[in-house]
Design a protein around this ligand. Structure first.
Ligand code: ADP
Length: 587
């Protein structure tokens, strides 16, 4: 979907794929054809009307000609039917296909964006982009644009035909059109501002709703139902007020424009009667114009009512375009084999918002292959951030992380991640079976391999209790699993992946003793022989690490083995003492 300078403007404006753009052009042609075909029965009706009215002037009706007109009408109906069927295929079917292709392309594009992008956007905004904005564009493609162009063409044709019969009356029919158009265009800026405010309000409301639904358990537990629903109510109230304002603004504008347009009927009648009484027009011409003027405003009114719609959608398509053009993660080098070499952080600095407070301020240390490095330090000191940088979820603001001397920044993100197993606290589970959730560790692994990894991670104990065993679906984000169970699935995935580097956020603190033993056992299988970086919350578990890095406010405060750090009597020794006192354990 990436646009180049040669991409046609409308394709770029709507962020269409090449196929979608071709489809839109075909849809416009089909819709125009249908509108023109619809004019055939109408023109025949006018002709029949004229033939019958000839009797008024005393002439004999031409019955043979009339039957010919009826036959032509029947053929015309068949043509209209065929055109309408073709129109449906070209408009709706094309639009639905393009919607699917766009969503897939955007989802694929999102996958290739740097993780820092997701830090700046929240989930509700991206969901609105992929679902709401794409759907709006669907209606733009399936009806608004093709109908708009078709109505313009058929109106121009009618205008030319009427001008051919009697130019003065044709002028009367269309004289109000520029004024009506002017009204719609004059209101454009005001409506656009309202549409933008409405979109922002909708995003704010959906973020509030999501927060509320996600936190419903905590809200109930803390008896905060009334208090926590206040921001949601306020956001929904703002959205309601804006929706009403938008509706009112669009309605007033479209109604005013339509009323002005319809004034053309009165003008035509008035001028037509004047011409008739002056002998400059005959009854038949006047009656034909009156018949046409009653119908001709239909398509024009639909153009006028579509215009505000079109304006509102320009903001949405602009967002789609911006998303499609968001630059993908840099780096294309192959990382094969680099996970088995040493990993070195060189004076790494990092801030989440790019230019704000630094979370890491010059962190340097090396992890030798096959060793365990434990990261310890007070909460908020930057431990998880270091692990996320090693996983390349983010890139350092300055400094470098190198594997075997090669800067990760120059490597293809996916290629590097093949070297890394990540077992973090926030395990993401998908609404799929247990089996498939574990298979995510290595796509294409056989059922036996998945089961072996799952058993080694002690998943069997809880999966056996599930109604459909390994085939049980987990529900959205594994809602039906406990913390320890989710963690074991995550470990099973990592075991299956069998990558040389393991990044581990040790979160055993929330587990009961039985779960903790099982998780610890699974972890020791996972880490055997690997280069392990473990974020240790409980210092008891890091005593056996080959190297301990103590972080304090984004800096390396100390580094060494447990014995060395205890002997040094610094921050590490202090943290150990505090935990010993609070938890009552000793090393
Ligand atoms: P630790 O793992 O040692 O508890 P973290 O690396 O999670 O520390 O966090 C270090 C600092 O970075 C904290 O001040 C935290 O608020 C901030 N931080 C962590 N994640 C994000 C994020 N996604 N966006 C912005 N700030 C963050």
């Amino acid at each position: 979907m990436a646009a180049t300078s040669k991409t046609p403007r409308i394709q770029r404006a709507l962020a269409l794929t090449d196929e979608g753009y071709r489809g839109l052009r075909r849809a416009i042609a089909a819709c125009t054809l249908t509108n023109l075909a619809l004019m055939v029965p109408f023109a025949l009706t006018v002709m029949v009307f004229g033939a019958v009215l000839m009797r008024l002037t005393g002439d004999e009706a031409d019955w043979g000609g009339l039957w010919g007109l009826f036959a032509a009408g029947a053929v015309g109906l068949v043509v209209v039917f065929l055109c309408a069927r073709n129109d449906y295929r070209r408009t709706y079917v094309t639009a639905y296909r393009e919607t699917e292709a766009t969503r897939m392309a955007l989802a694929e594009h999102l996958r290739r964006l740097p993780m820092s992008f997701f830090n700046q956007r929240d989930l509700s905004e991206l969901t609105e982009n992929l679902m709401g904005d794409v759907s709006s564009r669907e209606s733009l493609m399936s009806s608004t644009i093709p109908q708009l162009v078709a109505s313009c063409v058929s109106t121009a044709v009618v205008c030319a035909m009427l001008g051919f019969f009697e130019w003065r009356l044709a002028l009367c029919v269309f004289v109000t059109l520029p004024v009506a158009l002017g009204i719609v265009l004059a209101a454009r800026q005001h409506e656009r501002r309202l549409f933008e405010r409405q979109t922002k309000a909708r995003l704010a409301a959906s973020a509030q709703l999501m927060d509320y639904i996600e936190g419903i358990r905590d809200i109930r537990a803390c008896r905060q139902v009334g208090a926590r629903s206040k921001p949601m109510r306020a956001a929904l109230g703002t959205l309601r007020d804006l929706a009403m304002k938008v509706e009112l603004a669009v309605d007033v504008c479209v109604s005013a424009a339509t009323t002005v347009l319809q004034a053309g009927v009165g003008i035509t009648v008035f001028v037509g009667t004047m011409l008739l009484s002056g002998g400059e027009a005959d009854v038949l011409t006047l009656l034909m114009f009156l018949l046409i003027v009653s119908r001709v405003y239909g398509p024009i009114t639909s153009i006028l009512s579509q215009l505000p719609n079109l304006l509102s959608l320009s903001g949405r398509t602009a967002r789609l375009r911006a998303l499609a053009e968001e630059p993908v993660a840099a780096g294309s080098g192959d990382a094969a084999g680099l996970g088995e070499r040493s990993i070195e952080l060189r004076d790494v600095r990092f801030s989440y918002d790019g230019n704000g407070d630094e979370v890491l301020c010059g962190v340097s240390f090396t992890m030798e292959p096959g060793t365990v490095t434990a990261l310890v330090g007070p909460s908020g000191s930057g431990k998880s951030t270091v692990a996320k940088l090693v996983a390349r979820f983010f890139s350092p603001s300055s400094g470098a992380i190198c594997a075997g001397g090669v800067d990760l920044a120059g490597l293809d993100e996916e290629s590097w991640l093949r070297n890394v197993s990540v077992v973090f606290q926030d395990v993401t589970l998908f609404d799929d079976t247990v089996m498939e959730n574990i298979r995510m560790g290595r796509a294409g692994a056989s059922d036996e391999e998945v089961l072996a990894a799952a058993r080694a991670a002690h998943c069997e104990e809880f999966v056996d209790r599930m109604p459909e065993g390994w085939g049980t679906r987990l529900g959205e984000n594994g809602a039906r699993l406990s913390g320890g169970e989710r963690q074991r699935i995550s470990i099973a995935r990592a075991l299956l992946k069998d990558a040389p580097v393991v990044l581990l956020d040790e979160a055993t603190s929330s587990l009961d003793p039985e779960n903790e033993t099982l998780v610890q056992d699974a972890l020791s299988r996972l880490c055997a022989g690997k280069t392990v970086l473990v974020i240790a919350h409980r210092l008891r578990t890091v005593a056996g690490a080959d190297s301990i890095v103590v972080l304090d406010r984004g800096r390396v405060a100390e580094r060494g083995t447990h014995a060395e750090l205890m002997a040094a009597g610094g921050l590490y020794a202090r943290l150990v003492r505090i935990q010993q006192q609070s938890l009552g354990w000793s090393l």
